[in-house]
Design a protein around this ligand. Structure first.
Ligand code: ZN
Length: 242
């Protein structure tokens, strides 16, 4: 392989390492973002449950008031009963008492149901608050850990970036420019291996004549499909030439 191809391959190795660090840093930060989101989602659910509880408590107060009103009404009607003269008046009072008794029964059932719902919702809040507490604690710990890890990763990355600059200054500017352009356009792979005539960047076969040329390793070749630079390394495959 000629010297320039060798250097490009070395440069690619550094670039792959750098993008590995970038991916790592991104993943770690994503992990934090996911944890924060999970806490925010739970806090949102807690807020909604609290609103629900406020509304249930309001309904409970209303039901209780109607229940008490009905009780008062019964007492009043029972007192009136002593004074009525006609059977018609008596019947009317009895009906009012019956209606009030029915309302009391309805309201008692409603109050029981509302109390159950309140209990369930309060239980859910407790559970979510507990989870939130645990997750927040874990987030703080993870934050510190990730901060340290990212710092370490970035410092290692800086070292490699330094090596990269050094190596870059050894390459002809037009070659470096082309390599950098492909690197950017083709997902971090500027120069790739060719194995058995197949470009390892796009997995398309190059024409046999070109493959033979690439195997000689004396000139830089470009994949006709993906435009990545190609190199051949003898030890990668068994000699297929007879
Ligand atoms: Zn290709």
């Amino acid at each position: 392989m000629n010297e320039e191809i060798n250097k490009l391959v070395a440069l690619q190795e550094l670039d792959s390492e750098i993008s590995g660090f970038d991916r790592n840093v991104r993943d770690r930060k994503q992990e934090l973002a996911d944890r924060e989101q999970s806490i925010a989602d739970k806090e949102e659910s807690i807020a909604q449950l609290k609103e629900k509880i406020t509304s249930l408590e309001q309904q409970k107060r209303e039901a209780k008031a109607e229940h008490d009103d009905a009780q008062t009404r019964i007492k009043e009607r029972q007192n009136k009963m002593m004074q009525v003269q006609t059977s018609r008046e008596h019947q009317a009072l009895l009906k009012e008492i019956e209606d009030s008794k029915r309302i009391i029964k309805e309201k008692e059932e409603q109050l029981l149901l509302l109390s159950e719902q309140l209990k369930i919702n309060k239980g859910n809040i407790d559970e979510l608050q507990n989870l939130c507490k645990g997750e927040k604690k874990l987030l703080t710990e993870t934050n510190t850990k990730v901060e340290k890890e990212v710092k370490k990763l970035l410092s290692k990355r800086d070292g490699i970036e330094g090596k990269r600059e050094q190596l870059s200054s050894d390459l002809r500017p037009n070659i470096l420019k082309r390599y950098n352009l492909i690197l950017k356009k083709r997902g971090g792979a500027g120069i790739v291996k060719i194995i058995s005539g197949v470009c390892q960047g796009c997995f398309m076969t190059v024409p046999p004549q070109q493959f033979n040329e690439i195997r000689k390793g004396d000139k830089l070749h470009i994949c006709p499909t993906c435009n990545r630079m190609l190199y051949f390394k003898e030890e990668q495959e068994e000699t297929c030439d007879a």
